[in-house]
Design a protein around this ligand. Structure first.
Ligand SMILES: Cc1cc2nc3c(=O)[nH]c(=O)nc-3n(C[C@H](O)[C@H](O)[C@H](O)COP(=O)(O)OP(=O)(O)OC[C@H]3O[C@@H](n4cnc5c(N)ncnc54)[C@H](O)[C@@H]3O)c2cc1C
Length: 571
C-alpha cells in the first residue's frame, strides 16, 4: 500500500476526529465497503482489532462459488447473485481467482430427492446424501444461471467407466462423477489486501489501520484503542458500520445495547502434504457428502491439498480451533472416496478454523442456515446518536455486491450520490492485465529484459502480484534476484516490498496472511530466522523484539492452528 506511515495516519485522525464513516472490522465485508465508499469520495476510516483479513475471511474454503447446494433451500436470489459475482471476480481478478473444476463422486441414484420439498414444508431436520438425479438437476439449474456469461465451461457427467479412467484412485463403487465449474482463490488474504490497497490509493481521505479496536461508544463518539501503543482516542463519525463478522453482536454490546443478529457456525480445514492424494484429484476440487448430507471438500492448493469443512454451532468465535474429532471425520470421509490412499496425521502441515457469521436462527441443520447477507440498520437514537449499519452474513464470493448494497444505504443517509460502480473494476494487480497466453508471454518477456531478471522469478511475481510486478521490480532492483537461502523461489526484494507497503506489524502478518508460507509448510528454523531478520531490518526491531515476534508466532501457531511449532522447529 503506498500510503502514509501508521504514525502519520494515527496523527491525522486524532487531530481531526470528525469523519464521515467509521468501519469496525477489516474482514472482506469491511474492506469491500471501505473500497466502495472510498471510490465515492467519502472520508472513511477502517479499523480492525487484529490484522486485516484475520477473522472469518481467513477461514474460508477458498471457493468463489454460487453455492449450488443452496438451490435445494430455494435460495435462487442468493445463488443467482453469487454466480454473477463469481464470474465478476474471475474476470476482474485473473491473477488471484481462477476457474475451478469441481467434481462430485456420486454413490447413489435417487437419494436426496425429497430434501427440497421436505425443506419447503418445514419437515427437513437434516438433508440426506444427494444422489445422481438431484445433482444432475442442480448442475442444469446452475448452468442456466450462468448461460449468458461464458466465464466458465458447462457441467460434465461421467459414468463409472469414464470416472475411473479420469480418476483411477476413486472408490470403484462410484456410479457417476459430475463436474461443474466454480472459482478458486488460493490466497484470500492477498485478495483482501489488494482490495484494501485500491481503496487507499483511490482516496487520500480513506484511512485504514490494523491493530486498532473499538472499545466503547456513547452519544456520537466512538472510543478506539491503538493495540500497539496502548493509547486510546475518540472519533466522531456521522455513521458507524459494524463489519465485525461473527463478533457483530459483541461490538454492538460495546456501543449500545445487545443485539442478536448473528449465530455462528464453526468450520475447520487442514492442509496435507500427501502427494498421492494431490495427484488423485488433479486440478479438481472434490466435493462429496456423508450419508447424512454433511459435506467434505478436497481442494488442490499448489502442491498440497486442503481439506474441509465442518459446520458446527459455536458460542464464542474466539474459541474456534480444529478438534481431533474433526480431523478423524475428514480422514474417514476421504477414505470412503479414495480408499487406497493412506493418510497420516504427520502429513498435516497447517490447520485453521473460523466462524461463519450467519443470520441468527434457532434449531435445524447448520448446513441449511441461509448464507445470504443483510444490512441491519439501527437508526440514530437506537444504539448511538448516530446510525449503526451492521453487515450480517454473506459469503466471500458476493462481498462486492454486499458492499455495494451497504454503501448505497450509507450514501443515501449522507445525501451523496454514487460516482462509480465497482461491478467491472479490475482489482489490484489485475489492472492493465495482458490479454491471453500470448499477451502474458510478451509482458513477461518485456519485464525480464527491462529489469534483467530471470524468467522464473518474473513468472513467480506475476502469478502472485499480477501487474504490480513491475512496481516491485522497479522499487526493489537487484534484491529481486536475491533468493532467500531457505526458500529460493522467494526473494529478499519481494519480502521487503510486502513489509514496507502492506502494513506488516508482526511476523505472523507476513507469514500467515501476506504470503502463503505457513499454509504451504515453508516454515523451518532457517526460513523463520531469515524472514524475521528481514522484518527486523525494515521495521527496526531490536534483538529482543525479534525474539518476541518469533515467540508470538509460535504461540499463534500452537493455539489457533494446532501446530506444535517447537517440535516442528526442532527446539
Ligand atoms: C469455515 C468457513 C468456510 C467458508 N468458505 C467460504 C467459501 O469457500 N466461499 C465463500 O464465498 N465464503 C466462504 N465463507 C464465508 C466467508 O468467509 C465469510 O462470510 C466472510 O469472510 C465474512 O467476512 P466479514 O468481513 O463479515 O467477517 P470477518 O472476516 O470475521 O471480519 C470481522 C473483523 O472484525 C474484527 N473485529 C472484531 N471485533 C472488533 C473490535 N472490537 N474492534 C475492531 N475490530 C473488530 C475482527 O478482528 C475481524 O477481522 C466461509 C466461512 C467460514 C468460516
Amino acid at each position: 500500500m503506498t500510503m502514509q506511515s501508521r504514525e502519520e495516519r494515527l496523527r491525522r485522525i486524532k487531530e481531526n476526529p470528525h469523519i464521515g464513516v467509521l468501519i469496525i472490522g477489516a474482514g472482506i465485508n469491511g474492506i469491500g465497503t471501505f473500497r466502495d465508499l472510498a471510490l465515492q469520495g467519502i472520508d472513511v476510516v477502517l479499523v480492525d482489532r487484529g490484522d486485516y483479513c484475520s477473522g472469518a475471511s481467513a477461514a474460508s474454503s477458498h471457493m468463489v462459488h454460487g453455492g449450488i447446494r443452496y438451490l435445494e433451500n430455494g435460495e435462487f436470489r442468493l445463488v443467482r447473485e453469487a454466480v454473477q459475482e463469481r464470474n465478476r471476480l474471475i474476470e476482474n481478478t485473473p491473477h488471484l481467482v481462477k476457474p475451478l473444476p469441481t467434481t462430485f463422486p456420486i454413490f447413489k441414484w435417487f437419494s436426496g430427492l425429497l430434501n427440497a420439498p421436505l425443506k419447503f414444508i418445514g419437515l427437513l431436520e437434516r438433508p440426506s446424501e444427494r444422489g445422481a438425479v438431484v445433482i444432475k438437476i442442480g448442475m442444469l439449474v446452475y448452468d442456466f444461471f450462468t448461460r449468458k456469461q461464458q466465464t466458465v465451461p458447462k457441467h460434465l457427467f461421467r459414468n463409472r467407466k469414464d470416472s475411473l479412467k479420469d480418476f483411477p484412485s476413486l472408490n470403484p463403487e462410484v456410479l457417476f462423477t459430475g463436474t461443474y465449474y466454480d472459482g478458486a482463490m488460493p490466497s484470500p488474504e492477498r485478495l483482501a489486501i489488494e482490495v484494501l490497497t485500491d481503496a487507499v490509493e483511490a482516496n487520500p481521505h480513506a484511512l485504514a489501520l490494523n491493530y486498532v479496536s473499538l472499545i466503547s461508544a456513547e452519544g456520537d463518539r466512538v472510543q478506539l484503542l491503538d493495540e500497539v501503543s496502548g493509547e486510546s482516542f475518540d472519533l466522531i463519525p456521522k455513521v458507524v458500520v459494524n463489519a465485525a463478522g461473527p463478533w457483530i453482536d459483541l461490538v454492538n454490546s460495546k456501543i449500545g445495547k445487545t443485539t442478536h443478529f448473528v449465530s455462528g457456525t464453526k468450520g475447520s480445514h487442514l492442509i496435507l502434504d500427501n502427494p498421492r492424494l494431490r495427484e488423485a484429484v488433479g486440478e479438481n476440487e472434490f466435493f462429496f457428502e456423508n450419508k447424512d448430507g454433511r459435506i467434505v471438500l478436497i481442494f488442490p492448493l499448489h502442491d498440497k491439498v486442503m481439506i474441509g469443512t465442518s459446520d458446527l454451532r459455536i458460542d464464542d468465535p474466539d474459541d474456534a480451533v480444529i478438534t481431533d474429532i474433526e480431523v478423524d471425520y475428514f480422514f474417514g470421509m476421504i477414505g470412503r472416496v479414495f480408499p487406497d490412499i493412506s493418510l497420516d496425521k504427520s502429513q498435516i502441515i497447517y490447520t485453521f478454523s473460523g466462524v461463519r457469521p450467519l443470520q441468527r436462527t434457532e434449531g435445524g441443520a447448520t448446513g441449511q442456515i441461509s448464507r445470504d447477507h443483510i444490512v441491519k440498520v439501527n437508526q440514530a437514537g437506537e444504539l448511538l446518536d448516530i446510525p449503526v449499519f451492521s453487515l450480517v452474513g454473506g459469503k466471500w464470493t458476493s462481498f462486492r455486491a454486499f458492499s455495494e448494497h451497504a454503501a448505497d444505504l450509507i450514501l443515501a443517509y449522507l445525501g451523496k450520490d454514487r460516482k462509480i460502480s465497482t461491478g467491472n473494476l479490475n482489482i489490484g494487480g489485475s489492472k492493465d492485465y495482458p490479454h491471453g497466453k500470448a499477451g502474458i508471454a510478451v509482458y513477461l518477456q518485456r519485464l525480464q529484459e527491462t529489469y534483467q531478471v530471470d524468467a522464473d522469478r518474473v513468472k513467480w511475481l506475476f502469478e502472485s502480484y499480477g501487474t504490480h510486478t513491475e512496481k516491485i521490480l522497479k522499487e526493489q532492483g537487484s534484491l529481486i534476484s536475491q533468493g532467500l537461502d531457505s526458500i529460493s523461489e522467494i526473494s529478499v526484494g519481494e519480502i521487503k516490498y510486502i513489509i514496507t507497503t502492506e502494513d506488516v506489524l508482526h511476523l505472523d502478518d507476513l507469514i500467515l496472511r501476506r504470503t502463503m508460507l505457513a499454509k504451504l509448510g515453508k516454515i523451518t528454523p532457517d526460513s523463520l530466522r531469515e524472514l524475521s531478520e528481514i522484518c527486523a531490518d525494515v521495521l527496526g526491531w531490536s534483538k529482543r523484539e525479534t525474539e518476541d515476534e518469533i515467540n508470538r508466532l509460535k504461540e499463534i501457531m500452537k493455539q489457533n492452528h494446532k501446530m506444535d511449532f517447537n517440535i516442528f522447529l526442532g527446539d
